[in-house]
Design a binder for this molecule. Structure first.
Ligand SMILES: Cc1cc2nc3c(=O)[nH]c(=O)nc-3n(C[C@H](O)[C@H](O)[C@H](O)COP(=O)(O)O)c2cc1C
Length: 200
């Protein structure tokens, strides 16, 4: 497995799979096209996510920087200004979209957002396995995305995702370059894992 970003590996407190440690969310992308087959592998990894009743509610709008220039610009256009500054250098931009109702009976799918996030998480791990990285974004205008891409009612834009080859921090504006190299931090396990019951 390529190891393009060893200095960003998570300083895990307990042993974790190397791939999990190596995934991170860069802002510096080189703008290079993805290697042949990479996009297919990313989508295939999402495809094999677990989902409630195997209903697979995820959808992805995909815009390759080199091949779908108009769609790529449209996707950049719905990102928040902060995200626009760096995400436009990704090799590919995506928008995850969740189907909110069960196609078999019309009932609400309570876990649609959960399952779509799980698929995107698998895609992010696959990106790391390919020596790429993915950066998910809540910072986008959902109504504008719905209009720009004709997303129908019953489907919810969930997250934008920038994927590509990682560039050097120095390519970013100073404030972003600092964040790119800042130590990675997480809450302690005791703060989110409550053994035996809820801990107030
Ligand atoms: C659903 C979701 C939304 C996010 N939204 C943004 C965003 O709009 N802009 C941004 O720069 N980072 C965004 N991030 C990246 C997080 O800030 C990042 O995952 C977090 O700081 C942990 O860093 P790491 O992914 O490198 O471990 C988002 C991540 C997720 C999963």
């Amino acid at each position: 497995m390529p190891d393009t970003t060893p200095d960003r590996a998570a300083p895990a407190a307990h042993p974790i799979a190397p791939l999990v440690a190596q995934r991170w969310s860069p802002r510096s992308f080189t703008g290079a096209a993805l290697p042949p087959g990479a996009l297919e592998s990313l989508l295939e990894a999402a495809r094999w996510a677990a989902s409630s009743n195997n209903l697979q509610p995820w959808h992805y709008i995909v815009a390759r920087r080199d091949q779908d220039a108009a769609a790529f610009e449209r996707l950049v256009g719905v990102l928040s200004p902060n995200n626009q500054t760096w995400a436009r250098n990704a090799g590919v931009l995506m928008l995850s979209v969740a189907r909110l109702t069960n196609p078999n009976n019309g009932n609400p799918m309570r876990h649609a957002l959960h399952d779509t996030g799980a698929a995107s998480a698998q895609m992010a791990l696959q990106a790391a396995a390919l020596g790429l990285q993915a950066h998910q974004m809540a910072g986008f205008d959902a109504a504008a995305a719905r209009a720009a891409f004709g997303i129908p009612e019953g489907f919810e834009p969930v997250a934008a995702i920038a994927i590509g080859e990682v560039g050097p921090p120095e390519a970013l504006p100073e404030v972003l370059a600092q964040r790119e190299t800042a130590p990675r931090q997480r809450r302690a396990i005791e703060e989110f894992a409550f053994f035996g019951g809820w801990k107030a």
